[in-house]
Design a binder for this molecule. Sequence first.
Ligand code: G4P
Length: 529
Amino acid sequence: MSKQQEQEIAKRRTFGIISHPDAGKTTLTEKLLLYGGAINMAGAVKSRKADRHATSDWMAIEQERGISVTTSVMKFTYGNYEVNLLDTPGHQDFSEDTYRVLTAVDSAIMVIDSAKGVEAQTEKLMEVCRMRNTPLITFINKLDREGMEPLDILADIENKLQIECTPMSWPIGMGKTFKGVYNIYKKQIHLFTAGQGNRDQNGITIESLDDPRLDEIIGSHDAQNLRDDIELLEGAANPFEYDHYLSASQTPVFFGSAVNNFGVQELLNAFVEMAPPPNVRAAASRDVSPFEEDFSGFVFKIQANMDPAHRDRIAFFRICSGKFVRGMKVKHHRLGKDITLSNATIFMAQDRANVEEAWPGDIIGLHNHGTIKIGDTFTQKELLKFTGIPNFAPEHFRRIILKNPLKMKQLQKGLQQLAEEGAIQVFRPQIGASYIMGAVGVLQFEVTVARLKNEYGVEALYEPIDFQAARWVECADKKKLAEFEQKNQGALATDAEGFLTYLAQNEWMLNFFMEKWPEVKFHKTRENV
Ligand code: G4P
């Protein structure tokens, strides 16, 4: 390994932001990009979001694609750090991509709305973070509004997400009486001023909370409350342990207000210092260190390109080790052949640029004419297969109906390709001749039907179907599996890769089945092969 490789790895931070819709992810993203100098206009990210959600019409999505490709990965420089922020799409475009992006990050920031506490989508995303023990920093947002008591928010996070909270800062007042935050470790008071402009980011250092200056700065009432709170925290809260953060058993917590640009720079400073650089990744045969000289990485997302006529797609590739150099030859694990990475793209916050070289932690975009699938691994010498980039069990289901039955072949081809791209999951029930689509977010159905029409010339409709959960099933005892299959044909299907899947009408049925068939394993994720 070269000295340069060591330095490049040390300065890289690749992360995603997880939150429930409306907690403030877009606002925070925008402020982070402003600090990174990646955008110079407040509102840039926001307006894209507004456009994107104004309609779920596919043609509009189509036009937006150019934008959504570039916002999928936002790379910026901050101080000595090279930051890659991966977008985890939310709202209507919540899909498996949202989950899979989290398999490509080294850490995450979780945004919580102080009035709402932990919400449903955060819980789901957290489940994915837990699969790889992704280190998490928490930002409690909207302190300028009346919200829950800070201690109650921490308790809510600890209860619902099963992760220990360690406050790094503490709010002084809230809503109308919000005065700022006290940075517990730096012993500094940061005073809040509303507004979006630049503000003085330097805090006022207070060596001891007994200092009478505190009363002058924030008033005696708040000063006393802060003293009481901090005293309570010293007795009750968990002290920050770096190892616990890295192993994802503890999350450092910051308070602020993204829209007012308050607490954001403190968060960013702490993030670049604390968050881990690219780490070891698991491959099927061994673990791969980023410091290895040979290049390796995997595809975690595929996005249809802007020009549907070309059926060209971009594969998002996370570099895990070595150095990427334009034009290099690599081994394609699944196809078992060599390919040349000639025209890779790197994503800057606003532009795309051709990459000459890239390092572990970086995301590059590869043009793909159908030879690249999600989960594919490319390596320089040794054939390896990275694991942990799975399919996630869909939560919504629709039956697909062909308007013209003569177009069956085109439908099959379209569904197969869209499934490979990760746009949708496709199941073939054991009984009946129809196809069932499964998705993590409902917008995926609309997109699939529109793309079948535009790209494959297939007119199809979808109709509701009575399933709410899916699990991939497996059983070491072949006889038992045969019995299970035979008795439950009506609820069984095979996915696009031919894996046996159980479709349940609801969670209750699923649990009932799992109890009834203890020998059968029901998996919520399936590794890509
Ligand atoms: P999301 O990406 O997580 O969905 O959230 P987003 O940033 O879009 O924020 C959701 C709403 O919350 C926005 O208001 C945004 O302005 C507001 N918001 C974000 N941070 C703060 C904060 O610190 N304090 C307060 N009071 N509000 C905040 P909106 O009305 O939906 O949009 P807009 O009209 O303000 O653009």
